[in-house]
Design a protein around this ligand. Structure first.
Ligand code: GLN
Length: 304
C-alpha cells in the first residue's frame, strides 16, 4: 500500500524549504496580494480516501482551471458540435496569444487557451438562462459544496485590465465565432475565472473526469467518451506552451491557473491539486509542478 500521506508530507516539507518560488501574477492586480510561500496539496482517491498537506483548505482564485469546468458543461450541451468552433491541437504558444486566431480563420487552437475559452464561454452564455448563477450552481453541484463563490473583486480587477481578452473577443467576433455580445461573454468569462476554490474542493470537482463523467455523488454529468476527450485535451493543452514539459515531468492530464493552482488526475485512480502562487515564466506554478513531479515519481503513478 502506497503511503500517500507520508509522501505528501515529505513533498510539502521539502518544497516549503525551497528558495526559488517563482513570481506571483500581477497583471490581474488583485492576484498580486498572495503570499509566495503558501503551499497546499490535496489528493482525492476514487476509492474515497483523501490526503492533504499544508494550505489545502484555503480557497484561492482558480483562474484558467475554470476553463475545464466550463468545457465540461459546454460539452454536455453540444457534444461534438463544439469542435466546429474550436480545435483540439496544442498551441505551443502562451495562453493569451492572438495571432493563431488570424491564421486559422477565427478557430482557436484549443478550448484551454484564452481565445478558445472565450468561445466556450459564448456557448454557455447561449445555453444558460442566468449564465453566472447557473454556472456557479453547476460547480457547486459537481463538487457537492454550496460554499463555493465568485470573487467579485478579482472579476472587476480583470474586467478593468483584461485588454488582451477584449482583443481576443473582438477578433473572434470579427470572424463570426461569438454569437453573444462581446461584453456579455467577457463578463461571464471573468467571473468564471474568479471562482475561488481550495485544493480540496478542486480535487472533488475534478473527480468526474477521473470517474468516467460521474461526480462524487454518483451523478452523471458527461459521458465516458466526453471525459476521455477532456482528459486528452488537458494532457495536450492544459499547460499552454509548457504542456510537453508537464507531460514529461509529471505524466498526467492536468490544468494550471495563474492563481497558482494546478489540478492533475490519473483516470480511475486519483485527483491531486496543488496551490503555490509563485509562477514560472510560462505562467504555471513553479512549486506546484515540482510537487507533482515528485508525487508521480515517488508513487510511480502516472499515465506512462
Ligand atoms: N483570467 C486569466 C486570463 O484570462 C486566466 C489566465 C490563466 O490562468 N492562465 O488572463
Amino acid at each position: 500500500m502506497v503511503d500517500f500521506q507520508g509522501i505528501l508530507n515529505s513533498i510539502h516539507d521539502d518544497l516549503k524549504a525551497e528558495e526559488v518560488k517563482g513570481i506571483v501574477a500581477s497583471y490581474i492586480p488583485e492576484l498580486s496580494k498572495k503570499d509566495v510561500n503558501t503551499l497546499g496539496l490535496f489528493m482525492q482517491h476514487v476509492d474515497g480516501r483523501s490526503f492533504s498537506a499544508g494550505d489545502a483548505f484555503t480557497p484561492f482564485s482558480i483562474q484558467s482551471i475554470s476553463k475545464v469546468l466550463a468545457l465540461s458543461k459546454a460539452i454536455a450541451y453540444e457534444d461534438n458540435k463544439i469542435w466546429e468552433r474550436v480545435d483540439v491541437e496544442p498551441s505551443g504558444n502562451p495562453f493569451n496569444h492572438l495571432s493563431l486566431l488570424e491564421l486559422e480563420n477565427g478557430i482557436p487552437r484549443n478550448p484551454l487557451i484564452n481565445s478558445g475559452a472565450l468561445v466556450i464561454a459564448d456557448i454557455l452564455v447561449s445555453h444558460l438562462e442566468n449564465p453566472k448563477e447557473d454556472f456557479l450552481n453547476y460547480v457547486r453541484d459537481i463538487t457537492n459544496d454550496q460554499t463555493i463563490k465568485y470573487n467579485f473583486k478579482v472579476a472587476d480587477s480583470e474586467e478593468s485590465t483584461g485588454f488582451n481578452n477584449f482583443a481576443a473577443a473582438y477578433l473572434l467576433k470579427s470572424f463570426n465565432n461569438l454569437n453573444n455580445k462581446v461584453e456579455d461573454v467577457l463578463d461571464f468569462y471573468f467571473h468564471q475565472c474568479s471562482l475561488e476554490m481550495s485544493c480540496a474542493q478542486l480535487s472533488k470537482a475534478f473527480y468526474l473526469f477521473a470517474n468516467g463523467g460521474k461526480c462524487m455523488k454518483g451523478k452523471k454529468h458527461i459521458t465516458k467518451k466526453q471525459a476521455k476527450r477532456i482528459n486528452a485535451i488537458m494532457l495536450t493543452c492544459g499547460f499552454y506552451d509548457e504542456a510537453g514539459e508537464f507531460a514529461f515531468e509529471v505524466g498526467l492530464p492536468g490544468k494550471s491557473g495563474v492563481g497558482g493552482g494546478i489540478v492533475a488526475l490519473l483516470p480511475n485512480n486519483f485527483i491531486i491539486s496543488t496551490w503555490a502562487p509563485g509562477l514560472n515564466p510560462r505562467g504555471n506554478s513553479l512549486i506546484g509542478m515540482q510537487a507533482l513531479e515528485q508525487f508521480t515519481s515517488q508513487t510511480n503513478l502516472s499515465i506512462f
